[in-house]
Design a protein around this ligand. Structure first.
Ligand SMILES: [Zn+2]
Ligand SMILES: [Zn+2]
Length: 301
């Protein structure tokens, strides 16, 4: 699978969720012959400079992105309900990279409610140079498919198509979750109905199967859960090894031809130039009181 590139992947910068260290990621890319790889941390671009430098050092093409949280119809300023549908965004070129930075910043300064959120009007205004993937089962399209509401799924797909045009990819995922297979089938049906391309991802959160436990510990810290209390252990999300073989063989189960979609996105991405150091703004930022418990109660963004 020479063209394969992981396009949906969480590092340690997906705070208390991703368990992938950048040096381990680069080692895995070298071992599997992956020539490009994306990092799509949850809601932030904190790791971009390190990722870019590590990738360049190892001769791997970095695809820069993040997994956005998209607020609902009431917009990113609304705090009456917690809506944050996942959507993977990848920078296709320098304009896209600038838009990514803008969207991530606005999500923290104007859209923070549980998570840093954007909304569809903001995406529409800053979609140039960005590729969008419909994300995991916490994305609006897969979520509707999982409920069996194909009309709503179709509406969401058309909304996203109006924003991203031919840079929208419907995402099917390889993981051990039993709910994923019917979702993959529904998404394949939508792709064929709407004439949109598919892309297969692993939504990787750790490098090797044996790292699953470490990932589970991170999740437990994030949710304030202990391993020896009366509360039953939440099963590991089962996503996530970087194994290309398992990813491809599992996704083949949906019976679609993926040869042209796997890796295609990475060939459509320009080489970007990222500064050696992160730009630190000089303006004062507001103090945001985090609504997430029990971790930090106050966060300065
Ligand atoms: Zn997700
Ligand atoms: Zn993800």
């Amino acid at each position: 699978m020479p063209d394969f590139a992981h396009l949906h992947l969480h590092t340690l910068y997906s705070l208390l969720d991703g368990a992938i260290r950048l040096p381990d990621l680069m080692k895995s890319c070298a071992e599997t012959g992956m020539k490009s790889v994306a990092v799509t941390d949850h809601g932030n671009m904190f790791g971009v400079v390190n990722f870019y430098q590590e990738a360049k050092k190892h001769g791997i093409k970095p695809v820069i992105g993040f997994e956005a949280y998209v607020a609902g119809e009431k917009g990113m300023g609304d705090k009456s309900q917690r809506v944050g549908n996942h959507l993977v965004l990848l920078a296709q070129n320098d304009v896209g990279y600038r838009n990514l930075r803008y969207l991530s910043t606005k999500a923290f300064t104007d859209g923070f409610y549980y998570d840093p959120r954007v909304d569809k009007p903001l995406l529409k205004a800053h979609s140039e140079g960005l590729i969008a993937l419909t994300a995991c089962m916490a994305g609006a399209v897969p979520r509707a498919v999982r409920r069996g509401d194909m009309d709503e799924a179709r509406r969401e797909v058309r909304d996203l198509k109006a924003i991203f045009g031919d840079r929208l990819y419907l995402e099917i995922q390889s993981n051990a979750l039993k709910e994923q297979l019917p979702v993959n089938h529904g998404i394949c049906a939508l792709a064929s109905e709407e004439g949109l391309p598919l892309v297969a991802t692993a939504d990787s959160h750790y490098v090797k199967r044996e790292d699953a436990k470490a990932h589970e510990v991170l999740m437990a810290i994030a949710s304030g859960r202990t391993f020896d209390g009366p509360e039953p252990k939440r099963p590991s999300p089962g996503l996530s090894s970087l194994g290309i073989t398992s990813c491809c063989s599992s996704v083949r189960g949906v019976g679609v031809m993926l040869g042209s979609s796997l890796g295609r996105t990475s060939r459509y991405v320009d080489d970007l130039r990222v500064p050696r150091r992160a730009a630190v703004p000089t303006r004062r930022f507001p103090v945001v009181h985090s609504t997430r418990t029990p971790v930090a109660t106050t966060t300065r963004v």
